[in-house]
Design a protein around this ligand. Structure first.
Ligand SMILES: *[C@@H]1O[C@H](CO)[C@@H](O)[C@H](O)[C@H]1NC(C)=O
Ligand SMILES: *[C@@H]1O[C@H](CO)[C@@H](O)[C@H](O)[C@H]1NC(C)=O
Ligand SMILES: *[C@@H]1O[C@H](CO)[C@@H](O)[C@H](O)[C@H]1NC(C)=O
Ligand SMILES: *[C@@H]1O[C@H](CO)[C@@H](O)[C@H](O)[C@H]1NC(C)=O
Ligand SMILES: *[C@@H]1O[C@H](CO)[C@@H](O)[C@H](O)[C@H]1NC(C)=O
Ligand SMILES: *[C@@H]1O[C@H](CO)[C@@H](O)[C@H](O)[C@H]1NC(C)=O
Ligand SMILES: [Cu+2]
Length: 147
């Protein structure tokens, strides 16, 4: 009986925390002054820069609609450090696991988070991450004892 309560508890906690996280992103040029020296075009999301910090929970299903609204360059999104076990085609590098996302096209990234830690997400196309398309990606697990 005790075993089954424990099992039930584990199942419930897994169900309670994990969620489907839907991201609806236009990749866009934005004017910003990242170095405090001059305004320049940087690559933002939904016309904003800095980009949104991602803070997932282990077990989350991520559905990211990534639409290229740059007009003059292709793009991609890499979720740096994620295992992508069984979802290799969601890893992001163009020419390796996918084609670049052409202007006015959308790629739906679709994967489950099966780890915890501190990572980042960034474009895997040319010099787009130094041009702004990068931000932190955190994953916590409420059931993990982090002391
Ligand atoms: C993305 O861009 C399209 C076309 O400009 C616009 O209709 C849509 O509302 C934008 N989506 C978001 C989430 O900003
Ligand atoms: C991320 O989420 C966790 C769990 O809800 C929270 O403790 C933490 O403060 C959040 N971190 C940031 C930077 O938002
Ligand atoms: C993308 O769509 C916009 C709005 O429909 C259009 O003005 C633009 O020419 C398209 N760009 C490309 C590269 O196809
Ligand atoms: C595309 O346009 C942006 C914004 O005007 C510019 O900074 C960038 O250099 C252009 N990219 C290419 C490959 O011409
Ligand atoms: C990847 O997934 C398979 C099937 O669920 C599992 O057997 C394997 O242990 C996983 N590998 C890693 C490194 O998590
Ligand atoms: C995400 O992947 C799952 C499993 O392959 C599939 O059932 C689901 O339709 C996909 N969702 C989207 C929005 O593509
Ligand atoms: Cu990386």
């Amino acid at each position: 009986m005790k075993f089954f309560s424990l099992l039930l508890g584990l199942c419930l906690s897994a169900v309670v925390h994990a969620a489907t996280v839907t991201l609806d992103w236009n990749i866009t040029w934005v004017m910003a002054n990242p170095d405090g020296l001059a305004n320049r075009p940087v690559i933002g999301i939904n016309d904003e820069w800095p980009l949104p910090l991602l803070n997932f929970t282990k077990g989350d299903l991520v559905i990211a609609y990534v639409t290229n609204r740059l007009g003059n360059e292709s793009t991609s999104m890499h979720w740096h450090g994620l295992y992508q076990n069984g979802t290799n085609e969601m890893d992001g590098p163009p020419g390796i696991t996918q084609c670049g996302i052409a202007p006015n096209s959308t790629m739906i990234y679709n994967f489950t988070i099966e780890q915890t830690g501190t990572y980042w997400y960034h474009s895997h196309t040319k010099g787009q991450y130094p041009d702004g398309l990068r931000q932190a990606l955190l994953i916590t697990d409420p059931d993990e004892d982090v002391g």
